[in-house]
Design a protein around this ligand. Structure first.
Ligand code: HEM
Ligand code: SF4
Length: 345
């Protein structure tokens, strides 16, 4: 009796160790990620100052409620609920994705502490997380690609429509869910055929479904699928996700700016220029934004993190009455401008 060969021990064509690929893919992904981050940080370092480290308590509360709790998402109910599912699932699955990277180098690797009951509970949760994230991606893809809600439309004067990018990103996330589940299901189906024992998996989850579908498949097919799904996951995770890479997927809107967002009050409003008193304003050659470096680093972070959702323009009174003002396109144009400048430097 044999057990399925994991990616750490598998050899392509019987000679080339798959572990080499398991090593190279994440390393290249991390390298790309570091490179992109360094390029993105460069303009931030040269940007105007913005003091956002006061009232740390309030900022942490906002981080927990807005970032982690996603409490503002349901202001647009369907899009919001779908996002909460994708976001929560992603948080849960990030642990699995990390351990999968190591499984490529060491078969059967289990994160410290995840060997016993905690691991069983986690696996149960992550199987459902992958299932619900896939369902959310399919619904979101249909919503964006077929129903096309008006707020995402891009008027001709502002450039190209971004529907294809949005659907592509949803497809990438869906691919991660399917490949992760197939990787596990092929192993379980293989073990079932060899031992006749059925390993418990979360009922009706994607892994459960795939395992049932695969119980009759040949051992060779299961072995091939196991390795293929591993590297499909590795490739998808290491490049588009880990590196949040390229210009298409650069909408890495994980909203770090929440931590630094306005907690201004009537008593403590934002000055026109930092370190310049109201009396000194008349002596300035210019204020506001005239060149790129006049934006503060917080402005730039906001540009980077825009999800291109059109919620701001949808709520903007000037935009609603047809004035040529769109907070969404100001943000996107500013980001494109920064990217253009980064490319030229
Ligand atoms: C951490 C804070 C995050 C914030 C504040 C945030 C915010 C947003 C917003 C405002 C939208 C637009 C929603 C709409 O269309 O009305 C969006 C879209 C999206 N977000 Fe996030 N996001 C976060 C993290 C994540 C993470 C970790 C993922 C994981 C993959 C993710 C995946 C997506 C996807 C796929 C869309 C497009 C959904 C669609 O087109 O229907 N987001 N996000
Ligand atoms: S700036 Fe506007 S378009 Fe961009 S994420 Fe915020 S609300 Fe959406």
């Amino acid at each position: 009796m044999t057990s399925i060969i994991g990616p750490a021990s598998y050899q392509f064509f019987g000679i080339f160790p798959a572990a080499i690929l398991s090593f190279i893919l994440p390393v290249v992904g991390i390298g790309l990620f570091a490179y992109i981050m360094a390029r993105r940080l460069a303009p931030l370092v040269r940007a105007a100052p913005d003091y956002r480290m006061d009232r740390i308590g309030q900022r942490i509360i906002r981080l927990i409620t807005i970032w982690l709790g996603q409490i503002r998402q349901p202001r647009y109910m369907l899009a919001g609920v779908l996002h909460i599912v994708i976001f929560a699932g992603f948080l849960i699955l990030s642990i699995r994705s990390t351990s999968l990277v190591i499984i490529g180098l060491s078969d059967g690797f289990v994160l410290p502490g995840f060997g016993g009951w905690l691991g069983d509970v986690y696996n149960f949760l992550k199987d459902y997380a992958a299932t619900f994230v896939l369902i959310a991606c399919i619904v979101a893809g249909i919503r964006r690609g077929i129903f096309k809600p008006a707020r995402y439309a891009v008027p001709e004067k502002y450039g190209k429509d971004h529907t294809a990018e949005a659907v592509f990103v949803l497809g990438i996330i869906g691919t991660l869910m399917i490949s992760e589940s197939l990787f596990e299901a092929s192993e379980l189906a293989f073990a079932y055929q060899q031992t006749g024992e059925w390993h418990f998996v979360a009922p009706l989850s994607l892994v459960w479904l795939f395992t049932h579908m695969l119980t009759g498949a040949s051992l060779n097919f299961l072995q091939g699928l196991h390795i293929f799904s591993y590297f499909l996951h590795d490739l998808t995770f290491s490049f588009p996700v880990l590196s949040a890479s390229g210009q298409t997927l650069s909408r890495d809107h994980t909203d770090l700016p929440v931590m630094f967002s306005c907690v201004w009050t009537k008593e403590k409003s934002k000055p026109v220029e930092y370190r310049v008193s109201d009396e000194q304003l008349d002596d300035l050659e210019s204020f506001g934004v005239k060149k790129l470096e006049d934006f503060t680093w917080k402005h730039m972070l906001d540009f980077y993190s825009c999800a291109d959702c059109g919620r701001c323009s949808d709520q903007c009174p000037a935009n609603a009455v047809g004035r040529p003002l769109s907070p969404r396109f100001i943000t996107i144009k500013a980001r494109d401008l920064i990217f253009k400048i980064i490319r030229c430097r």
